[in-house]
Design a protein around this ligand. Structure first.
Ligand code: SAH
Length: 320
């Protein structure tokens, strides 16, 4: 796979293979002349199909906080000219971005969470324990602290909490202790060094997942404040949707999916005051209608062709 990623005729196609592509387009059902926002434009795979579906006049605003993603999608989407506007920004800044473009409401919004294959496969980004590289893990260079900084400065307690909460790692404390021991002798700086350290604590790979998977996920979430961003991003995005406009979110692990599901439940249930109050005191109104009671997941064919799709879940809600 790596060689296909780095060169050859498929280069433009394999920056990242979009997940649940047909499902996303079906659910957003882009209308001709509509305006759509892709909050995580990545290599532009989803954006391209949305632009095709809302042509010839529909528009798309694409955000990504990784400068390389913006460069890649700019090239990939060049055929659409002024119909597409790409902005390097964290999606929690969606309001500022849309205001600066004079946009007040939109017809549909997509979040495709996590890292792209390009980010994951680039050794220098430090996301993968299978590739030797610095423990960076920042999705954007605008972020200050890298994973290495976290491993250098966080206390044993803080590390254990990160691994436990963001990685759901049972042996979080034992791994944190090993890191604190190790860093008294040598700094923990590279991906394979950390993977070996985790293997020392958990033993070598036995099941289908490598023992380092959960700790790497946890560090990535912490470095990029992924869960905090998601919660805020969903709130801001919902505010910009037109009535009947749709919000589509693809998540890749249970922590993300829980936030999306919970957000949809909250926004789709009205007043929660106890019965018998003379007037509503909670002020909660129904804002969204949940379209997908159960999340949509990729079929066997998609997972076979793109194993990274296997944990994807698509949830969709519609603005009332
Ligand atoms: N749908 C895209 C792939 C998206 S991969 C495609 O078809 O190509 C996820 C992307 O989200 C990555 O490029 C990552 O940099 C970006 N991302 C993650 N968190 C973000 C955030 N808070 N703000 C903006 N972009 C973010």
């Amino acid at each position: 796979m790596p060689s296909r990623f780095l060169s050859g005729p498929n280069f433009r196609m394999t920056y990242h293979t979009p997940v649940l592509l047909k499902e996303v387009v079906n659910q957003l059902a882009p209308r001709r002349g509509g305006l759509y926002v892709d909050c995580t434009v990545g290599g532009g795979g989803h954006a391209r199909e949305i632009l095709r579906a809302c042509g010839p006049e529909g528009r798309l605003v694409g955000l990504d906080w990784d400068e390389q993603a913006i460069a890649a999608s700019r090239e990939r989407l060049s055929e659409f000219g002024a119909r597409v506007q790409l902005v390097r920004a964290n999606y929690v800044e969606l309001e500022r971005v849309l205001m600066s473009l004079g946009v007040t409401t939109v017809d549909g919004i997509l979040f495709d969470l996590g890292v792209s294959s390009r980010q994951f496969d680039a050794p220098e980004r430090g996301f993968s324990f299978q590739r030797e590289g610095p423990l960076d893990m920042r999705m954007s260079r605008q972020l200050g602290a890298t994973a290495r900084d976290v491993l250098r400065t966080a206390s044993l307690e803080e590390l254990a909490k990160i691994f436990c909460i963001y990685g759901e790692e049972k042996r979080a404390r034992a791994i944190a202790r090993e890191i604190v021991n190790e860093r008294q002798h040598v700094p923990v700086e590279t991906t394979t060094q950390l993977a070996r350290l985790i293997e020392r604590v958990l033993g070598p790979k036995r099941g289908p997942t490598h023992p380092a998977t959960r700790v790497f996920q946890a560090l990535r979430i912490a470095v990029n404040n992924e869960l905090g961003n998601l919660q805020r991003g969903l709130e801001v995005a919902t505010g910009f949707l037109k009535s009947n406009g749709r919000l589509a979110v693809i998540s890749f692990h249970s922590l993300e999916d829980r936030i999306v599901k919970q957000f949809f439940v909250e926004q789709s249930s009205g007043c929660i005051c106890p019965p018998g109050l003379p007037a509503c005191a909670c002020g909660r109104r129904k804002v969204l209608r949940v379209v997908t009671r159960k999340p949509l997941t990729p079929g066997e064919g998609e997972v076979r062709a793109n194993p990274r799709a296997r944990s994807a879940k698509l949830r969709v809600a519609e603005k009332l």
